[in-house]
Design a protein around this ligand. Structure first.
Ligand code: AHG
Ligand code: MN
Ligand code: MN
Ligand code: MN
Length: 328
């Protein structure tokens, strides 16, 4: 009967956030408000992504970002939308964005939170209608309120995250996040403008048979990485690599698997950024029972030195990450 597909009433993101807030008796609702601000920006960016072919916002913007990448128009648009939503929301004092060289001071000097964000992940896939995403981490500032956030506020290890999440703009648009009490997934219904709880308490399979790595770089893999990839092939794994970290991660989170972005000749520290890609997904995967490391150290324990530092990433089902580490 159709009832089994009916969502429980009140399963909207807003009500979920409110209900979860009861878990934090001393919470003053600021983190809840911050999560709502992020969800609002996600709805706006989602609409622009879904129309990008129609309103000439596809293609390159014509600038290079601090990463040396050619910014796409949607990179810039998503960056502006999220920074504006966080500035207007009032809860965030300082933002680190992949698309901004320096940390951005919002002017909300009373804001207690720091956000590190990859406004649009998978930029190379924007104009070819392949899933892309947004990735964000939330930290509590350590510096006193009444001032701008400091670099030290922004360079906390991943273990200090108070929340982490991603949006995946795919065949459906989903918001997946954790505040340290498990991982929950919400699916967006554009006709209602609401996110609904669709994946409560996500637990990732302990193992799997999917491996995600760009084998175009295999000539510069370390011996250990090459040996693990050979192991996957010997054991009839499926190779699945979309080229959008969020999409590859989300599939492996739900189905089991491992995603690896190792050190390569072109990216000696790996390509992915510690603050707003590796740490964010590491928090989520650990909350779902998985594992994340740089091959040797737990990702979330790495002490960041600079805002855009890169690190190798081995992330996914615990057994597969440990198997890969054993080869390194
Ligand atoms: P971004 O678009 O935010 O710069 O991130 C791109 C990343 C990640 O999404 C993806 O997994 C990876 O780049 C793909 O890199 P390669 O094309 O080198 O495999
Ligand atoms: Mn980029
Ligand atoms: Mn990215
Ligand atoms: Mn990006």
């Amino acid at each position: 009967d159709h009832n089994k597909f009916a969502l429980p009433v009140g399963a909207t993101l807003d009500r979920f956030i409110m209900r979860k807030q009861e878990d934090f008796p001393y919470a003053t609702g600021e983190l809840s408000q911050l999560l709502r601000d992020i969800a609002l920006a996600a709805k706006i960016v989602n609409r622009e992504i879904n129309r990008s072919g129609l309103i000439d916002i596809a293609g390159a913007y014509g600038n290079r970002n601090v990463q040396g990448e050619d910014q796409q128009k949607l990179d810039v648009i998503a960056n502006i939308r999220f920074i504006r939503a966080l500035r207007n929301g009032g809860e965030v004092c300082t933002i680190v964005s992949e698309e901004e060289d320096e940390m951005i001071q919002t002017g909300n000097t009373q804001g207690k939170y720091i956000v590190a964000i990859d406004p649009l992940d998978g930029s190379s896939n924007i104009d070819v209608n392949v899933s892309i995403g947004t990735i964000f981490s939330i930290y509590r500032r350590m510096s006193p309120t009444g001032t701008d956030g400091t670099a030290q506020d922004c360079l906390q290890p991943g273990t200090q995250q108070v929340a982490a999440g991603y949006v995946i703009y795919g065949s459906s648009t989903m918001l997946v996040y954790t505040t340290g009490n498990g991982v929950n997934g919400f699916t967006y219904d554009p006709s209602l403008g609401e996110f609904f709880l669709s994946h409560p308490d996500i637990v990732s399979p302990k193992t799997g048979t999917i491996y995600s790595i760009n084998e175009g770089s295999s000539d510069s893999f370390s011996e250990g990485v090459a040996a693990f990839v050979a192991h996957c092939k010997e054991n009839n794994f499926s190779a699945r690599y979309i080229g959008s970290l969020v999409a590859d991660f989300h599939r492996n989170l739900l189905k089991g698997g491992i995603y690896i972005y190792p050190a390569t000749k072109k990216a000696p520290q790996g390509k992915l950024r510690l603050l707003y890609e590796c740490n964010t997904l590491a928090f989520i995967v650990e909350q779902a029972g998985g594992k994340a490391s740089n091959g040797r150290r737990r990702t979330m324990e790495i002490e960041p030195d600079n805002l855009h530092e890169r690190c190798p990433l081995f992330i996914g089902s615990t057994e597969l990450v440990e198997k890969a580490e054993a080869f390194l």
